[in-house]
Design a protein around this ligand. Structure first.
Ligand SMILES: NC(=O)c1ccc[n+]([C@@H]2O[C@H](COP(=O)([O-])OP(=O)(O)OC[C@H]3O[C@@H](n4cnc5c(N)ncnc54)[C@H](OP(=O)(O)O)[C@@H]3O)[C@@H](O)[C@H]2O)c1
Length: 277
């Protein structure tokens, strides 16, 4: 996601100084006009604003909050756009502010195609002042950034939406499995489903992958969905909600990862549904 988002900034005439742990992955950014930093320290030292699109909280710790990088944060604004938990986001905020920087979160809904065309849904956890100050930049990623509330609120909303990705996909996988095992034509199932109140477009988006059992070239890999499910379980538990239904989905997803589908499209959880425990 970081790559297409950096490219969007370049096409909107923002100067970009990019850092990625695996340097080869930044090569195409160099040809698009970005300067490549050799270290996080270099990237932060020479920028006004740091946009983070990292896998998870431990990666943020490693890249942004080492002793060396922490000393560069004074006067910088950090915009965290990956999917992390609300308490993790508040912790990063606290540490960035303690180091003299500013921080807010802007997680996104949508994937690589939306990042490429700048049509992500950008949810912002920030003060109104920060939102106003950085709205133009955020519009590079999505035309209508939405201010949700203070830091943590947008992170929670993003997790609430990803809960639906996990639940809808797992539900659809089980129904499709039942239909196929009984040799009911999948088209009959889909025709009835599409005409009913139960239908959601995500079913058609994942149907072809599941029927062909082809999970290559994912935009969103299964390992990230498991990471998100764990964040959702922790966050919902803190909010004193019953998470039993999602725990069942976690079992299925973890099984898919054990079967070797970690880097495949998350619809590969269908394989876990189809196989014995
Ligand atoms: N893909 C989507 O559709 C999508 C949509 C919305 C939100 N998100 C969220 O956005 C974030 C990024 O997603 P992605 O799909 O771009 O993930 P990704 O392709 O796995 O990229 C993760 C990035 O984090 C870096 N990273 C991981 N561990 C690190 C560590 N310990 N130290 C330093 N760097 C580390 C990786 O560096 P290397 O290249 O060196 O591995 C890479 O730059 C995730 O939080 C994800 O949940 C993803």
């Amino acid at each position: 996601m970081g790559l297409p988002m950096a490219k969007r900034l370049l096409t909107q005439d923002y100067p970009v100084l990019a850092y990625n742990r695996t340097q080869e992955k930044s090569e195409s950014l160099k040809t698009s006009g970005a300067r490549i930093a050799q270290s996080p320290v270099e990237a932060i030292r020479d920028a006004d604003c740091v946009v983070l699109m990292l896998a998870h909280f431990p990666a943020i710790r490693e890249v942004l909050l080492s002793e060396e990088t922490r000393s560069q944060l004074s006067g910088r604004t950090v915009i965290q756009m990956g999917t992390i938990g609300p308490s993790e986001s508040r912790q990063v905020e606290q540490e960035v502010k303690a180091a003299g920087g500013d921080y807010f979160e802007a997680p996104v809904l949508g994937s690589i195609p939306q990042a490429q065309e700048g049509s992500l849904i950008v949810m912002v956890g920030a003060s109104s002042k920060q939102f106003q100050e950085w709205s133009e930049l955020l519009k590079c990623f999505g035309p209508h950034p939405v201010l949700i509330g203070q830091v943590g609120k947008a992170a929670t909303l993003k997790l609430a939406l990803n809960q639906l990705i996990a639940s809808l996909t797992a539900s659809f996988a089980l129904s499709l499995g039942m239909v196929q095992r009984e040799e009911i034509p999948v088209e009959t199932f889909m025709r009835i489903l599409r005409g009913s109140a139960l239908y959601t477009p995500t079913f058609d988006k994942k149907l072809s992958r599941m029927v062909k059992r082809d999970y290559e070239n994912p935009n969103f890999p299964a390992r990230h969905l498991l990471k998100d499910v764990d964040l959702i379980l922790a966050t919902a538990a803190q909010l004193e909600l019953d998470t039993s239904s999602l725990m069942g989905i976690r079992v299925v997803l973890e099984k898919a990862l054990r079967q070797g589908w970690a880097d495949a499209d998350y619809s590969a959880l269908f394989e876990a549904v189809l196989s014995d425990p």
